[in-house]
Design a protein around this ligand. Sequence first.
Ligand SMILES: Nc1ncnc2c1ncn2[C@@H]1O[C@H](COP(=O)(O)OP(=O)(O)OP(=O)(O)O)[C@@H](O)[C@H]1O
Length: 219
Amino acid sequence: MVHAITLDSVSHHFQTATDRIVLFEDVSLDIQAGRSYSIAGPSGAGKSSLLTLVAGLETPKAGRIEFTIDNRIASQTTLRKRSGFIFQQFHLLPELDALSNLALPLRLKGDKNAYDKAHAWLARVGLTARARHKPAQLSGGEQQRVAIARAFIGDPVFVFADEPTGNLDEKTAEHVAELMFDFGRTDQRALVLVTHNRALAAKADHRFRMAAGELERLP
Ligand SMILES: Nc1ncnc2c1ncn2[C@@H]1O[C@H](COP(=O)(O)OP(=O)(O)OP(=O)(O)O)[C@@H](O)[C@H]1O
């Protein structure tokens, strides 16, 4: 099966009452399942904005983005259903324990085995003993491990991560990065991450840098 995201001469800007903030122009990028991608670059360069376009959360001001899932052209809605997301702020639901945070996306899809799968994923990220703890009772690294498990639990075709290690110390960040790449490394999935962390960016198969309105491919 082919899964891909293709950006063809994509440009994006924000219009405020007084200014037009041009982020980038004529960006082309090809994302294929079975590969990982990192986008680095200075603060404010437009990395997160590019990720929202790649993930189908926003539509670009100009240019074309095509999503292919199972060899077919897919809508933004289909793309979102087949994607997992990991953010800097872990975005776990504070009133639910770790197990229920993991089970929720599956329960919403009517999966009868949601809790069994949630248990299995908690074990994969080494948090079985924390199943009944709520996010506030977990460390930052533990919360991010739950968030990573939640991103992968639905067997997504694409996983998008925005500064996934931004709130973590170096050692914890390394562990979290290893988990992400372990789960991301399959022929049927692409991992796309935005990060300032050089070690994390270097792990990706394809490395890019966004600066001064251009996306540069790094050697
Ligand atoms: N909704 C918006 N309206 C207006 N300007 C915006 C909006 N969202 C982002 N921007 C501006 O667009 C620019 C790029 O923001 P973006 O978050 O994509 O950068 P980034 O490279 O991810 O930065 P960082 O590394 O600091 O997260 C910034 O100058 C930001 O202030």
